[in-house]
Design a protein around this ligand. Structure first.
Ligand SMILES: Nc1ncnc2c1ncn2[C@@H]1O[C@H](COP(=O)(O)OP(=O)(O)OP(=O)(O)O)[C@@H](O)[C@H]1O
Length: 367
């Protein structure tokens, strides 16, 4: 069974339009004008049980609105949703017992009471039996290292401590599906890593389905085999992270260090016919940019290694951050690069490995 099924889901908000100036403000008092914002624009996807799926997009892309509809907080304007077999905004009481939710920016714990008291209240909300609760609590306390935090009021916890408690709170009833909206926002790298490890383990042990929104692509790299990418309320990519990298990985850079001084024109002559681009770091170190669609790293290595003495070779891949940033910029991950005349060239004003994607006729076709 699929954990989540979404078909032609749409959410529009009616937003008041404010007219300018004093006259406009007065007019607004008597006759309000509204406009419609389409936050989620007829999207469809399914997530099978046990999958960890990353839901990404720029600010305002529609991620939180989707999560709110999937968790029954918002009613869709149109379209169908099934989560755990339920329509989330109907049958609320039964539905919430099968899901866990963490909004990184908002707490589900009571601010002024001890963490353990919040947990006990949530146990009642989710109607967890005493024995199940005890077992689950012990396990979560151990795995999230909550021992010292349980009797403290939430307002006295650090962000990282609070987030660990939030995660535990969302899992007390052992839900089959967990929605995490920015669970690592503002956390330091140590806590981020702990939380990622915990989520991986949770998925492995219980087959928990996880839908995760994040701006931190390290979360995606660490956790998700699949990514759904949203832009302006529409899905612009839905597929594997590896596939995304392969399709959009713009190429690789190879750094050669030679034992003796090398000359740029000599290196260019060696790779003649391959559409690669050389730059000299200094007399002994040269970098060559190998665009994915024009040449293979092995072609370049074969030509250089056969002729030159080499002291060291380093291959640098474009990272996911770069790839995703470029896709956001263009607004589509589905068009054909070569037909749009994409050209890749090293960006000279940034550090090693960074790339600039220059497009002919940018603007991006939306899918
Ligand atoms: N309650 C609301 N009333 C009016 N407009 C809204 C409301 N909630 C969201 N929007 C609008 O819907 C669009 C999508 O917002 P949403 O919060 O879903 O984006 P997001 O991808 O989660 O962004 P972020 O990464 O900044 O959290 C935005 O244009 C936002 O201004």
């Amino acid at each position: 069974m699929n954990a989540i099924e979404v078909s032609r889901l749409r959410k529009e908000f009616k937003v008041q339009r404010n007219r300018e100036g004093v006259k406009g403000a007065l007019q607004d008092l008597f006759r309000r004008e509204y406009r419609h914002v389409t936050a989620v624009n007829d999207i469809s996807f399914t997530i099978p049980q046990g999958e960890i799926c990353g839901y990404i997009g720029e600010n305002g892309a529609g991620k939180s609105t989707t999560i709110k509809m999937l968790t029954g907080i918002l009613v869709p304007t149109s379209g169908d949703i099934r989560v755990n077999g339920f329509i989330p905004y109907k049958e609320r009481e039964k539905f919430v017992r099968g899901i866990g939710v963490v909004f990184g920016q908002r707490s589900q714990l009571w601010w002024d009471i001890g963490v353990i008291e919040s947990f006990q209240l949530l146990r009642k909300v989710y109607r967890v039996g005493a024995e199940d609760y005890r077992q689950r609590l012990n396990e979560l306390v151990e795995r999230l290292n909550l021992g010292d935090l349980l009797n403290r009021p939430v307002r006295k916890l650090s962000l990282g401590q609070r987030m660990r408690c939030e995660l535990a709170a969302s899992l007390l009833h052992n839900p089959a599906i967990v929605f995490l909206d920015e669970p690592t926002i503002g956390l330091d790298i140590v806590v981020k890593t702990e939380i990622r490890e915990f989520l991986k383990d949770l998925n492995r042990r219980y087959g928990t389905t996880i839908l995760l929104t994040t701006h931190d692509l390290q979360d995606i790299e660490a956790l998700c085999s699949r990514v759904i990418m949203l832009d302006d309320g529409k899905i612009i990519y839905d597929g594997g992270l590896e596939e995304l990298k392969n399709r959009w990985g713009q190429g690789k850079e190879v750094v050669f260090r030679f034992p003796e001084a090398a000359a740029l024109d000599n290196l260019e002559r060696l790779t003649e016919g391959l559409r690669v681009q050389w730059t000299m770091e200094n007399s002994y170190t040269a970098k060559v940019w190998v665009p994915a669609e024009h040449a293979g790293i092995s072609d370049v290595l074969a030509r250089v290694v056969g002729v030159m003495d080499i002291a060291d070779i380093q291959i640098i891949e474009t990272n996911t951050d770069d790839i995703v940033r470029e896709i956001y910029k263009s607004g589509s991950a589905s068009y054909n690069r070569s037909s749009r005349g994409l050209e890749l060239s090293p960006r000279r004003d940034e550090g090693e490995g960074s790339r600039e994607l220059q497009t002919a006729g940018k603007g991006g076709s939306k899918s």
